[in-house]
Ligand binder design. Structure first.
Ligand SMILES: Nc1nc2c(ncn2[C@@H]2O[C@H](COP(=O)(O)OP(=O)(O)OP(=O)(O)O)[C@@H](O)[C@H]2O)c(=O)[nH]1
Ligand SMILES: [Mg+2]
Length: 213
């Protein structure tokens, strides 16, 4: 996937709408503070998405319009990256948690809604999901539950492990194996800080986008 242009579009509260020309949507899912907004910035090479040290930085679904060539030889397409609020707030209590669930459930309902009449070209539809998991913590219950839920929904997905720069080389190799064993699938290790692994994620996102056409 080659990114030509990226822009912040809008924040979508629960009950909001995806823009009618959103095109294929790739959603970022993961625990609060795992590095979803940072990965968007690394993918689009711009500081558009607000990242923060405090969990719960992203409270609405933030949408980024991206013009991209998904794979070599493909036509330019308008796509949308959706930065979802994180699950598993450390603080915030049950009110924040249920607010999160409403926003995320509502987002997936809208992104996967199938209208009665054939949608016009460029209409929003879910191309797939990037599940982000902290590279340092393999097999957390909340991540396994999110992974199982995504698989159950039949969404195409990529699993990315984040913050690998915080691990030594040997710990990276060890945790990589632990993540793959816990989830039963391949994962892509990245660091949004150093940029390590980001090109492989761009390629995988390009495949999600072309598979969904
Ligand atoms: N060292 C390191 N820090 C990272 C990396 N990715 C994110 N961070 C840091 O982790 C913190 C959280 O990053 P965000 O991108 O805001 O995380 P988020 O998943 O969007 O968080 P919420 O919006 O709260 O759900 C920030 O302080 C980032 O700078 C990484 O690859 N390496
Ligand atoms: Mg965020």
């Amino acid at each position: 996937m080659k990114i030509l242009e990226a822009d912040f579009v809008s924040s979508m509260p629960a009950g909001g709408h995806l823009p009618p020309d959103a095109g294929p949507v790739v959603a970022m899912v993961g625990r609060s503070n795992v590095g979803k907004s940072s990965l968007i910035n690394a993918l689009i090479r711009r500081g558009l998405a607000r990242a923060g040290a405090k969990p719960g930085t992203t409270r609405l679904v933030n949408l980024y319009a991206v013009r991209t060539v998904p794979a070599p030889g493909r036509r330019v397409m308008r796509t949308t990256l959706a930065d979802l609020p994180g699950y598993g707030f450390a603080q915030g209590g049950s009110k924040a948690r249920s607010e999160f669930e409403v926003i995320v459930r509502d987002f997936f309902e809208r992104a996967t809604a199938r209208p009665a009449t054939p949608p016009p070209p460029g209409a929003p539809r879910l191309a797939g999901v990037i599940l982000l998991v902290d590279g340092r913590h393999a097999g957390l219950d909340s991540d396994l539950a999110a992974h199982a839920w995504l698989a159950e929904q039949g969404y195409g997905s990529i699993v990315v492990t984040t913050k690998n720069d915080r691990l030594s080389r040997s710990a990276q190799a060890r945790t990589h194996r632990a993540h793959e064993a816990a989830l039963g699938r391949a994962v892509l290790p990245v660091s949004s800080k150093t940029g390590a692994g980001i090109p492989a994620v761009r390629t995988a996102v390009g495949s999600l986008l072309t598979a969904a056409r």
